[in-house]
Design a protein around this ligand. Structure first.
Ligand code: ADP
Ligand code: MG
Length: 477
């Protein structure tokens, strides 16, 4: 008999708001420890929390992006536990009455279009951080993160395969970035995933005992940790034992799971309504405004790109990976660049440039108008495509205009037959072996020879003319 895996996720997302959730300290990453703290987030007696409205808006937009039902009144709750990074001794979160419930997220998974139900989206504050590498033989505490604003997104146990978990998380991250709810910077801990997993006999409807995997800091880590845990649970059940409910910690370096603690039950946390905050009320106008400010979401944008610009699936997916590159592409189309040409430039040379400079389509210094002008010059035969790629690099480094750069760098495409003929003759003389192979019927060699002419001319030769001349000379001699 075979086993079926059941997976549900709890995802914590840091909201992109300047201040913490209940005080006016700045929510910053990477600054000196304990420089962005105050009596409220340190939990000093008598300090009172005041809600940050911007965080509520971002949480609303997040929930609406999943089509959740918004509750006009939700309740803050205290979740009590002791840990050194939690100075108050409790976390302010939402428990019985969350901000939003019952949504879905569609994604492309192993079985094509798949969907996962979102059980709830609630708001809560983050804890501080223990630093194990700052002080010899001791741990230090940095409370800069304490009190920063999070949403927790809880899914139904709808996922079945670790690979789909990764694909689902990719879609979720992309959606949050589109909405502008979070930067989703994994290295900075903007998005943290806890994965709950159980196995059961295929066909059974009852859920098996689950374990919860924490401390995974990449999507591929989640996938690997889950695969390992599936094998362990199946081996346990096959040997006649039962799976114990527990929390496991993923060790990414050792690729192993460690027992952390027996799973606590919610009554262990002694949840009760937060006495220092009135219930969170959102108005209908607030919800309508949040709906109206939602951007077109990744999947819609991707299918629109395929439909109206007639792009290949792959190009549409790459372009809509981030809202910034999709915007960049559409700006190019807006200045009359052919969509297929625009797609080729954004996914090719521009992407390479952005990777190299560690920039995205919003920050890259070469803006669409400049690339548009450059593409225009290629189309008019003034510059070759390969030379244009070096113009792009210069544009990024030094700014300026494509046509000036082409002139200054001597990159104007050579279409003079005399000059081209001499490059072609030289290349043919240097590559007699390839010429023989071409004549022997290996026509693919032609591309290589065109490349040699382009090289010798420093990118200046018009490749189409060079190709024609090569063919002509090789069939003459
Ligand atoms: P707990 O009370 O233990 O935190 P919840 O019912 O709140 O459990 O569910 C937490 C997460 O675990 C949700 O994402 C849910 O989909 C998932 N989950 C619940 N039961 C199971 C199970 N048996 N197997 C896999 N995932 C589960
Ligand atoms: Mg839970």
């Amino acid at each position: 008999m075979s086993w079926e895996t059941v997976i549900g996720l709890e995802i914590h997302v840091r909201l992109k708001t300047e201040h913490k959730l209940f005080c006016s300290d700045r929510a910053v990453f990477g600054s000196e420890p304990n420089t962005s703290i105050c009596p409220v987030c340190m939990g000093l007696p008598g300090a009172l929390p005041v809600l940050n409205p911007e965080a509520v808006n971002l949480a609303l937009q997040t929930a609406l992006a999943f089509g959740c039902t918004i509750h006009f009144e939700s309740v803050w709750a205290r979740k009590s536990y002791f840990y050194p990074d939690l100075p108050k001794g409790y976390q302010i979160t939402q428990f019985e009455h969350p901000l939003a419930t019952k949504g879905t997220l569609m994604f492309s998974g192993s079985e094509g279009d798949m969907s996962v139900s979102i059980r709830r989206v609630h708001m809560e504050e983050d804890a501080g951080k223990l630093l194990h590498d700052r002080v010899p033989r001791a741990s230090a505490i940095d409370l800069n993160r304490a009190g920063t604003a999070l949403v927790e997104i809880v899914t139904e146990p709808d996922l079945r395969m670790p690979a789909d978990v990764r694909l689902f998380l990719g879609e979720l991250k992309q959606t949050l970035e589109y909405v502008g709810a979070s930067d989703c910077n994994m290295e900075e801990g903007d998005l943290r995933v806890d994965a709950n997993i159980s196995v059961r006999r295929s066909g059974s409807l009852r859920l098996g005992n689950k374990t919860e995997i924490k401390n995974v800091n990449s999507f591929s880590g989640v996938e690997r940790a889950l695969s390992l845990e599936i094998s362990r649970q199946i081996a346990t059940l096959d040997s006649g034992d039962t799976v114990g409910q527990q929390t496991l910690l993923w060790d990414d370096h050792r690729e192993e799971l460690r027992e952390m603690r027996l799973k606590e039950e919610s009554h262990d946390y002694r949840y009760f309504p937060e006495p220092d905050l009135s219930p969170l009320k959102v108005t209908e106008e607030q919800v309508v405004a949040a709906i109206e400010s939602l951007p077109e979401l990744p999947r819609e944008r991707c299918s629109r790109f395929k439909d109206i610009y007639e792009l290949k699936d792959y190009d549409a997916e790459v372009l809509t990976q981030s809202a910034a590159s999709a915007d960049y592409f559409e700006e190019l189309v807006g200045i009359e660049i052919d969509p297929k040409v625009a797609a080729k430039w954004v996914t090719g040379p521009l992407q390479a440039l952005m990777n190299e400079r560690r920039e995205d389509a919003r920050t890259v210094p070469v803006r669409p108008a400049k690339i548009g002008a450059l593409i225009g010059l290629i189309e008019r035969g003034i510059v070759s495509e390969s030379a244009a790629k070096s113009v792009l690099v210069i544009l990024a480094q030094e700014g300026g205009n494509p046509s000036d750069i082409i002139e200054e760098q001597g990159l104007i495409q050579e279409r003079d037959i005399g000059q081209l003929t001499s490059w072609v003759t030289e290349v043919l003389a240097k590559h007699s072996e390839e010429v023989a192979r071409y004549r022997g019927g290996e026509s693919r060699i032609l591309g290589y020879l065109v490349g040699q002419v382009m090289n010798d001319s420093g990118g200046a030769a018009d490749p189409r003319l060079a190709r024609d001349l090569l063919i002509k000379q090789m069939s003459n001699e």
